[in-house]
Design a protein around this ligand. Structure first.
Ligand SMILES: *Cc1c(COP(=O)(O)O)cnc(C)c1O
Length: 426
């Protein structure tokens, strides 16, 4: 399957039925698996043989879907998690422990920002945040002796900044640590971070990958390129025996290609248990089968809506990486070949009351705390996700009260623009 083009992989990678087997990935709705002898099962526990014994560790449905996502990203191994939050936590916690330090872009999803800056801090893992467009010098200055990972989002949710992945990868590798990229917004259809030097890629599959607002989920993909043994002293969890797993040394036994995901499964998933249900993995795969058809339409609609809004006299500013006026236009052209997703944010003249009257008039775009599915939706952060903040705090955070975030779905762009036009007559 690795020779096929991306469009074909979206439809068929990860599962090839044999003669007489189901055409669609079967939902293996079973917690456990049966064996003839204890010896057979023992080999699985020792990671001597591959196979299934308990769904918290592995399940065939999930493995087929994870293999498809790994193929789409150009990685060597992948796993599913119960949510994007779990994917980002596992990818970091697989190589960080109490006393470690992370360098992260400051422009990331709010949930991930909290995870790293509050919850992981309580575990003794420290962080230095740097601007997404930090210079090489600023990036290099953020590293410490105990830095174990660099983290960023290809297109940040909701700020829509675009990361210079090559620059971040260069800085990470110069310090002997991997670059982890959350590629949720562009999906592998619009950007494959591994091709630009990223080592680990994560996803909230809840967004475009599912694409229908039907199932919360996450995924982690390993590029198989990071040489853990070359930096053995920094990553003892991968390069020294795991006492909790019969003394296995992951990087020795599974090599560069398999060590990261095997450890994340055999140790982190075993102990923390944030599995994706096989039902949800099946739903996710239905979304993946049309991802290559849907993403171009999301981008087309995002671009059209952004251009329309930019020319409207009630709109103060528009933020979309596909607009020539955007600070990240050149970076977006390089990494995304355009706007990269269907999410557009804009600020209405007249602040909070203007945003409220405008949104009340919208007919197609529903008000929701969600992005990246088939139906257009929008949100005014000042009256919803950020309503605890004062006007001054909102301005300082770069979220003016009149800001609206709009996730353009798969409807006809002319209808979306007509809806905006009439709603702007408030
Ligand atoms: C939504 C989102 C997450 C969190 O994912 P959940 O599936 O909601 O846990 C992480 N990163 C990005 C970029 C997101 O948009």
């Amino acid at each position: 399957m690795s020779d096929y083009r991306l469009n074909t992989k979206c439809v068929q990678a990860g599962y090839t039925p044999s003669n007489g087997e189901p055409r669609q990935i079967p939902i293996v709705q079973s917690t456990t698996f049966k064996y003839d002898t204890s010896e057979d099962m023992g080999k699985l526990f020792d990671l001597e043989a591959s196979g299934y014994f308990y769904t918290r560790l592995q399940n065939p449905t999930n493995d087929h879907v994870a293999a498809k996502i790994a193929a789409l990203e150009g990685g060597t191994a992948g796993m599913l998690t119960s949510s994007g939050q779990a994917a980002n936590f596992y990818s970091l916690f697989n190589i960080c422990e109490c006393g470690s330090h992370i360098v992260s872009s400051s422009s990331i999803y709010g949930g991930t920002f909290n995870l790293i800056s509050v919850t992981m801090k309580k575990m003794g893992i420290d962080v230095t945040f740097v601007a997404p467009d930090a210079s090489e010098e600023e990036l290099n200055a953020a590293f410490k002796e105990n830095t174990r990972a660099v983290f960023g989002e290809t297109i940040a949710n909701p700020a829509l900044t675009v990361l210079d992945i090559e620059k971040y990868a260069k800085a990470a590798h110069a310090h002997g640590v991997p670059l982890i990229i959350d590629n949720t917004f562009p999906t592998p259809v619009n950007c494959r971070p591994i091709e630009w030097g990223a080592d680990i890629v994560t996803h909230s599959t809840t967004k475009y990958m599912d694409g229908h607002g039907a199932a919360v989920g996450g995924a982690i993909v390993d590029s198989g390129k990071f040489d853990w043994m070359a930096h053995a002293d920094l990553f003892p969890g991968l390069t020294t025996p795991d006492d909790s797993y019969h003394g296995i040394t992951y990087a020795e036994k599974f090599g560069k290609e398999g060590a990261f995901i095997t450890k994340a499964t055999a140790q982190i998933m075993r102990d923390l248990g944030s599995i994706q249900s096989p039902q949800n993995a099946f739903i996710l795969n239905l979304g993946l089968e049309s991802l290559h058809v849907r993403m171009p339409r999301h981008v087309e609609n995002g671009q059209a809506v952004a251009e329309f809004l930019e020319g409207h006299d009630k709109v103060e500013s528009v933020n979309y990486p596909g607009l020539k006026s955007n600070k990240y236009y050149d970076v977006a052209q390089k990494y995304l070949g355009g706007g990269g997703c269907g999410v557009v944010s804009f600020v209405l003249k007249g602040g909070r009351p203007a945003a409220e009257s405008f949104m009340k008039r919208l007919k197609l775009a529903a008000i929701e705390t969600h992005v990246a599915d088939a139906r257009t939706c929008c949100l005014n952060p000042a009256t919803s996700t950020h309503r605890q903040m004062t006007e001054a705090q909102l301005n300082a955070a770069g979220i003016p009260a009149g800001m609206v975030r709009m996730s353009c779905g798969l409807e006809d762009k002319a209808d979306l623009i007509d809806d905006l036009k009439q709603a702007l007559e408030f």
